[in-house]
Design a binder for this molecule. Sequence first.
Ligand code: PMP
Length: 449
Amino acid sequence: MNDKRTDQTSPAARDLIARDRRHVWHPFTQHGTEAEPTVIARAKGASLFDAQGREILDLISSWWTCTHGHAHPKINAALARQAERLDHVMFAGFTHEPAVSLAERLAALLPADLNRVFFSDDGSTAVEVAIKIAYQSWINRGEPRRRMLLAFDGGYHGDTLGAMSVGRGSQMFGAFRDLMCKVCVLPYPATFDGDDAADEREAGALSAFDALLTERGQTIAALIIEPLMQGAGGMRFCRPRFLKRLVETAQKAGIIVIFDEVATGFGRTGTLFALEQAGVVPDLICLSKGLTAGYMPLSATVARDAIFDMFLGDSFERALPHGHSFTANPLSCAVALASLDLFDEERTFDRIAHIHARHRDMLGVLAARTDVTKPRVLGSVLAFEVKEGGQYQSEQSRALRDWYLAHGLNIRPMGATVYLMPPYCITDEELARAYAGMIDGLDALASGA
Ligand code: PMP
């Protein structure tokens, strides 16, 4: 494989990398073997620019966060305005306009009585909060027997302890097994375009769930799922009707249903939230990433009224003992509000539908390749498997990642899974470049170039 990397030869870039090497510990990084990080100097729209001004198309939206594009003038202005007025204030005993407005907006956008918004900082903490709310709600109700959590094989919900526990099916967290809480893992019916075993796998997952309910239904506190698409598990899809059946069965059995829409939220699957496509209402929903258009750390765990009511009472013991220094940070909330405005102002859903159609046009091209399996599209996400692609961080997936980066594309395969999840502002010309480069990378991999 060609291992030509981004040009980082300028004295300023060399200096920054040397300083980084001395003091920075990067996420998901083996510092013993990893090549030097790419210096990013600025970003605009769907593009990042390195220290030499070389463009890199951000085709995975910087870990799926960037929605409307980098450095959007309206979001920049909202951020600057808010910084002039109120940077931050603790959120216990205090409140402020951006947080209240954002809570109102989210409650109005979400269905039914998903009305009560608990703010935290990132996807993991949103999940952590949901797990704690679900768990404590059973204690507050006088049913402490319900302690078991249910999650799905291949699910990923973040890197804090509770979130890791429900993501144990992702095989990412072997070292921490003993620290995790009790979780049962259900099979996940990963489906794709032209999948003729989809019915069978869905039925298998649902009957595994039924069996578990019969065996120990009364001990289950909550079920967590990434609706319609498992992200880090490899962009694995499930169909809306499976999700609907699952949620209806769980709720009938009294189980609290948590939707982790940290990755799927804010348009990625074609609707603002994935739940809309299944026509179901979870009891708790976790939001982050696209919530602030990829600008700021912020997350929200939104609860139905009945769940919130279980925390009311005369004693602090019934209250949720949870909070973070930057809970409901005003700068983050102001950015989130500006981002929500843009969905209407820029007719973002038309753009998402357009990206979806362009992705679908690629399905035939991918299906015709002998080195590709399971090509699939959901909303603005295009994914497929490279045959014999190996595990997460395998040599092949890293080689492919490096090839793409050297050719101006930020595409980071997860093991055998290659995917595009671009910012919605991406232009037709940029998309054409993305598809051509994506295919060229596969050809280079096949020829060992
Ligand atoms: N849930 C899902 C579905 C995610 O995809 C992620 C992150 N990729 C998380 C939770 C954790 O979010 P964060 O990295 O912001 O903690």
